[in-house]
Design a protein around this ligand. Structure first.
Ligand SMILES: [Zn+2]
Length: 171
């Protein structure tokens, strides 16, 4: 995950430039960097504010204005959107809080999930949805099988190639 210090926005590694200001001056986020958690409507902002104060989360809210990221990138569009910034180190905890009060749904959570695992290695052990955990396991199992077949295929091909070469030279 990269970080645009100008927009205080997390940027996926593969994007290489900030989607908002197009800056290429991206760096690795640090624990204390303020990052955009989400953009919320006035109504939701009240809930988020209350939940964060309740949990003692350090956060900052700014009305969308000059230089604010377009809501199409960071959240649902609305006229009175408020951007919530939290410490990068607390991003996951904050997402959990938002999920807890029903602000974030699964797709929102995906949006802000870092692509790499350097920040925090916390893949929740107890996934709330049995289905998705099962699906994850299935994909993992299938990819393991595919990998075994791949290795077998390479070995088999190497054997075949060796035989073919031997046959070619002993002709
Ligand atoms: Zn930027």
């Amino acid at each position: 995950m990269l970080y645009c210090s100008k927009c205080q926005l997390l940027v996926k590694d593969e994007m290489r430039r900030c989607p908002v200001c197009s800056s290429k001056k991206l760096r690795t986020p640090e624990q204390d960097d303020p990052v955009l958690l989400m953009t919320a409507s006035e109504e939701k902002a009240g809930m988020i504010r209350a939940a964060f104060r309740d949990k003692g989360v350090v956060f900052e809210e700014r009305s969308r204005g000059i230089g604010g990221p377009p809501s199409t990138i960071v959240g649902k569009p609305s006229n009175t959107d408020i951007n919530f910034f939290v410490r990068y180190g607390e991003l996951h905890a904050c997402e959990d809080i938002l999920r807890g009060i029903g602000i974030l749904d699964a797709s929102d959570a995906e949006l802000h999930k870092p692509a790499d695992k350097t920040g925090s290695t916390d893949i929740p052990e107890s996934a709330p949805e049995e289905m998705s955990a099962g699906k994850r396991f299935f994909i993992r199992a299938v990819s393991a099988i595919v990998f075994i077949f791949l290795v077998w295929g390479v070995v088999a091909f190497a054997d075949w190639a060796a035989e073919a070469l031997k046959a070619f030279f002993t002709r």
